[in-house]
Design a protein around this ligand. Structure first.
Ligand code: G
Ligand code: G
Ligand code: MN
Ligand code: NA
Length: 254
């Protein structure tokens, strides 16, 4: 089988699974979001991580049906949590550049929101800086159309894209995700600490939310918290979890 055929079968046979990683707000001490992260439960190879098939899915165009499955599954799951009485939260879905450039991406998102009944404010799409940099006029139009649906947009891996920061002024985005590479050395590299603090300060001045990714230690958590970063995601709080294990961490509406 070609890789493309294998990936097609994976979708048809329902072999993809989503894990959910909590995003914690340290002011309210609540899980205010989860990031959906796809894996392939392969019949013989076991649980295949996304880096081993997402790039191939992008090359073959299979990322489009895979991405739709991810989006639909994540939205549906979020509706299920809300219907079960858990405190409403965002679900964040990663969008690859290939998907973003599809001419009907806005329609696809709108259709999935309608089909699942998810309140759009509880969907966040994560795009990378490299998307933000390309073809600025068309990117802005797409982002504005997505924002009109009422969803949230975040910039993933922020700070790694060698990009001009001018797009931050023009783009209708809600949140910056400070890349894990800065968080890793935050407590022993003065340079990385300053970068993280600057991103937090800049986000605040631009009225954007900011979340730190890949927080693994108490020291990183304390440093970021004292720098004013109040949303975090990382192994310090929780690894990405299967649905049932994530569900057991949620609190009910009181
Ligand atoms: O989940 P980690 O668990 O291994 O994810 C590795 C990489 O795969 C990350 O860069 C993440 O953004 C990407 N990724 C995970 N799930 C998806 C997905 O549903 N769509 C896309 N495009 N990328 C994903
Ligand atoms: O590129 P993106 O930010 O979507 O990738 C998220 C990736 O980071 C996933 O592979 C996820 O499993 C991983 N991840 C999340 N938190 C941590 C962490 O605290 N440490 C490490 N090493 N990886 C993390
Ligand atoms: Mn991400
Ligand atoms: Na990231």
């Amino acid at each position: 089988l070609s890789v493309e055929q294998e990936l097609r079968k994976a979708v048809e046979r329902n072999e993809l699974v989503l894990m959910y990683q909590p995003q914690v707000d340290l002011i309210s001490d609540q899980i205010t979001g989860v990031e959906a992260l796809v894996r392939w439960q392969h019949p013989s190879r076991g649980l295949v991580p996304p880096l081993e098939f997402i790039p191939l899915a992008e090359e073959t165009g299979m990322i489009v049906p895979i991405g739709e499955w991810v989006l639909r599954t994540a939205c549906r799951q979020n509706v299920e949590w809300q219907m079960a009485g858990y405190t409403p939260m965002r679900v964040a879905v990663n969008l690859s550049a290939y998907q973003f450039k599809q001419s009907n991406i806005v329609q696809t998102v709108a259709e999935i929101l309608r089909e699942t009944g998810l309140n759009p404010k509880y969907l966040e799409l994560e795009i990378t800086e490299s998307i933000a940099m390309q073809n600025a006029e068309q990117v802005i139009q797409t982002l504005e159309a997505l924002k009109l649906l009422g969803i949230q947009i975040s910039i993933d891996d922020f700070g790694t894209g060698y990009s001009s920061l001018s797009y931050l002024r023009n783009f209708p985005i809600d949140r910056l995700k400070i890349d894990k590479t800065f968080v890793d050395n935050i407590t022993d590299s003065a340079g990385d600490a300053v970068i993280a603090e600057s991103i937090i300060a800049m986000a605040k001045s631009l009225k954007l939310e900011v979340i730190a990714e890949g927080v693994e230690t108490k020291e990183q958590y304390q440093f970021l918290k004292s720098s004013g970063c109040h949303e975090m995601q990382g192994y310090f709080f929780s690894k990405p979890l299967p649905v049932d294990r994530l569900t057991s961490k949620l609190s009910r509406l009181s």
